[in-house]
Design a protein around this ligand. Structure first.
Ligand code: ADP
Ligand code: MG
Ligand code: ZN
Length: 555
């Protein structure tokens, strides 16, 4: 039996807390009873405590495998401040430090050792371990072991090799914030967990206000929306984007720093500290930044580009509001984000990745509660949740029928037989006089100028809807090409309707303003009037002129 009094006394004495958070006590109790455990808790749910506390009560040295080299020092420092004998082993140690560590290990002084997975294979380390009693082996950020997860680290697969070093296999405790069922199962298999106690606490982070924004100009949106004094993280998909967004914000007078894997170690460390200590409250970063970062007062997480799946998105978004106070997570979306991501997937031909990407794209287009969408993705049953907090719950939306526009766009793509990208398609439809159109004779096509009443951005948005609904797809090796899918026949032949939703009112609590694009009432009104005008002028649409065989051949 686990002594409950001792548990709470230790919690108070070392960590200063009076109570456990959801799931902590069960996970800790099970560990102390000698069970393997798998804890799935949201970011900032308090996973560290679930292994630090048992480590204190168990006899011997607990090993914590963690991918977060840049944070090990901080973690170990704060444990030492609490009076806990802790150390870390990673590539940053000097020869002397390493040898000292091996001595400390052998003499049985350490309670906790953090180790980077890449160091497990180190021979001196393995030898030293033979003299050490290891009651518990912790695998933090355990999703890194799975190739199906979003942060696969090959070295993690070496963790299970450690078991063989000991006469008695240690208990194993694995933790992660982000694991879909298949990833959870994969963790169990790869780590060979034995009858593990498995606990999933709610994924729900009720203090987060989710919103998807489709601004005509993302940067302008940011400048307006950012609060220069509040901690914010802006995630971009590429290092190049990170650098340019950071620079432009700096020019606008924001105290802003940056982080990506291409920066030298000392710069990364310095920038991270600038952010952590609020010297520069705004951080522009790639997804290399943030795993394990314990900064509690981040008020807004922006995504300047759409991430490649919901797992990554939720993990990054989860870095907002770790203190439990209200926080916003805002995804700035553009059709270009879909195109780039689909192109990447079409190169690797990874159907799993494509499925995940499609779920992410649908998140950007769905009308349902965004929080519910995410929870359902992770398999949480949420019968009636409408959070009244996300942009979809707060906006009054209207559906507008864009079937005619869709027919024109799809016809144009069929006509050029999928040989062109979005920009050319738009050029043809708007009747562009640019050389890229006229030189190729594209101005002779029947679909040329068919949508001259619309501007590029408007047509781009509609193409986005058609991609999201899987009437169009992106392919190509080097350049993204747009092609129709077999499903397009439903629109071209069977007269299936296509709708696009517009927010006509933005409630409070979401992004401060809407920067245009899809959620712009102006465009909404324009669509309506343009359509009426065209109907008056041209009567019945005359652009669907395909025989069955052409359609068949194309789709
Ligand atoms: P994660 O699950 O993301 O690893 P952490 O272990 O870093 O989360 O914990 C997040 C924050 O919650 C930390 O600041 C930690 O001190 C705090 N915390 C953890 N457990 C408790 C508790 N029982 N009571 C109050 N605060 C806690
Ligand atoms: Mg953690
Ligand atoms: Zn909602």
């Amino acid at each position: 039996m686990v002594d409950k009094e001792l548990l709470y006394a230790t919690l108070k004495k070392y960590f200063g807390y009076d109570s456990f958070r959801e799931g902590q006590e069960e996970l800790i109790t099970n560990t102390l009873q000698g069970n393997d455990v798998l804890g799935i808790m949201p970011t900032s749910g308090g996973k560290s405590l679930c292994y630090q506390l048992p480590a204190l009560l168990l006899d011997g040295m607990t090993i914590v495998v963690s991918p977060l080299v840049s944070l090990m020092k901080d973690q170990v420092d704060s444990l030492r401040e609490m009076g806990i004998a802790a150390a870390y082993l990673n590539s940053t140690l000097s020869r002397e430090e390493f040898l000292q560590l091996m001595d400390d290990m052998r003499s049985g002084q350490l309670k906790l050792l953090y180790i980077a997975p890449e160091r497990i294979d180190n021979e001196s380390f393995m030898n030293a371990l033979r003299f050490v009693k290891v009651p518990l082996l912790v695998v933090d950020e355990a999703h890194c072991i799975s190739q199906w997860g979003s942060d696969f680290r090959p070295a993690y697969q070496g963790v299970a090799r450690l078991y063989d070093l000991f006469d008695r296999r240690p208990m194993v405790a694995a933790f992660t914030a982000t694991a879909t069922e298949p990833v959870q199962d994969d963790i169990l298999v790869q780590l060979r967990l034995q009858n593990p106690f498995r606990l999933v606490t709610g994924f729900d982070r009720s203090n987060l206000a989710f919103s998807v924004e489709k601004p005509a100009d993302k940067f302008k949106f940011l400048v307006k929306d950012l609060n220069p004094k509040e901690a914010s993280i802006i995630y971009c998909s590429t290092r190049k984007n990170v650098e340019s967004v950071q620079k432009k914000l700096e020019q606008k007078g924001f105290a802003v720093t940056l982080y990506h894997a291409g920066l030298p170690e000392h710069e990364r460390q310095r920038n991270q500290d600038d952010f952590l200590f609020d010297r520069k409250p705004i951080m522009v970063a790639t997804n290399a930044f943030g795993m394990g970062i314990d900064k509690s007062n981040v008020r807004t997480v922006y995504h300047y580009n759409m991430p490649k799946n919901i797992e990554s998105y939720y993990q990054e978004a989860g870095r907002a509001g770790r203190d439990g106070e209200e926080a916003r997570v805002i995804l700035l979306f553009s059709t270009q984000d879909i195109i780039i991501n689909q192109l990447l997937n079409s190169k690797t031909n990874d159907s799993e990745a494509t499925n995940k990407l499609n779920k992410m794209i649908n998140y950007c287009y769905t009308n349902q509660c965004l929080r519910r969408y995410i929870l359902e993705y992770f398999g949480e049953t949420t019968a009636e949740l409408n959070c009244q907090h996300c942009s979809n719950c707060l906006r009054r939306t209207e559906q507008i029928d864009i079937t005619e526009e869709a027919q024109k766009i799809l016809s144009c793509v069929v006509r050029v037989r999928g040989r062109y990208g979005v920009q050319k398609i738009i050029g043809i439809l708007t009747g562009s006089k640019q050389k890229g159109i006229t030189d190729f004779g594209l101005d002779k096509l029947k679909t040329y100028g068919l949508m001259s009443a619309y501007n590029d951005g408007e047509i781009r948005e509609m193409i986005g809807v058609l991609i999201a609904d899987e009437y169009l797809q992106v392919t190509g090796d080097q350049y993204p090409l747009i092609q129709v899918t077999p499903k397009a026949l439903e629109i071209l032949k069977e007269g299936k309707k296509v709708g696009m939703s517009y927010a006509v009112e933005t409630g409070k609590g979401t992004a401060k303003q809407s920067g245009g694009g899809l959620y712009d009432t102006e465009l909404f009104d324009r669509l309506r009037s343009v359509r009426t005008e065209m109907a008056n002028e041209h009567g019945i649409p005359s652009y669907i002129v395909f025989s069955d065989s052409t359609l068949h051949e194309m789709a």
